[in-house]
Design a binder for this molecule. Sequence first.
Ligand code: CP
Ligand code: NVA
Length: 301
Amino acid sequence: MDLLKVSDLSKVEVQALLERAARLKDLQRKGVPQSSLLGRVLGLIFEKSSTRTRVSFETAMYQLGGNAIFISGRDSQVGRGEPIRDTARVMARYVDALVVRTFGHDIVEEYAQYSDVPVINGLTDMHHPCQVLSDILTITERRGTLDGLEVAWIGDGNNMANSWIEAAAVLGFNLKLACPAGYLPDAAFLERACAGTSAKIEIVGTVEEAAEGADVLNTDVWASMGQEAESDDRGAAFEKFQINSKVLSGAKKEAMVMHCLPAHRGEEITEEVLEGPNSVIWDQAENRLHMQKAILETLLT
Ligand code: CP
Ligand code: NVA
């Protein structure tokens, strides 16, 4: 089994991951050593920068008794044009699973097609499933349940927004997205993702409308990796799409403010809110580790 996007999982499978991640977090806190992945090796092929995803996956492997090997596009043959289908077949002869971070989602799909071992999406231009799964863990550990959950997405209709859309559709919580014109999630993707779900997933006109009564306020950078050349244009288009204390005041009093990081203070989020009492951002980052462990155990054992 591969994990390329949230919708590869059923609600029951997500719930099992959440329970296992919470259990593994507890065991880690209590210092109980784990060895479920003894002798197993994870390969990581990253064509974009990473701090959290790389370190949480590598640490997860070590803490479960396994090992990890990281290669970047730059210093592997991938960066020199060796075909994905060749790299995937060769890597699958060495390692027990692969985490791939890359640009087009078709690239990670090609890895999955040609690799005999599980492939995990560590971020593509289209999806960031492992991040959103760990974000859901952060929500459930504070709130207990996803019942009645109202999530707001403020900013770019990007990979993170897409994974939130799929999470809402699979798990059945409500999601309001406020994105600037021209930066909305792809309409065909949205329609496909929402087909048959009981969740209310809607695009709204203003940041205030998205934030109103929300349990969770979520944002991300205005220009994602690979979009650096668009930064100036995006800066102008996204000016009003910021989580600040005024926007936060429209949400529920105990609303959680989330950001997958890295953050650009003063752009998509103010320093005051990022460092304020509603921010759960550091727990969110920590939970990457616990959720990666649950994902790895599920795919490898
Ligand atoms: N949130 C996230 O994926 O962070 P990195 O880019 O540091 O991995
Ligand atoms: N949307 C961001 C997420 C970084 C973790 C990007 O793709 O750069």
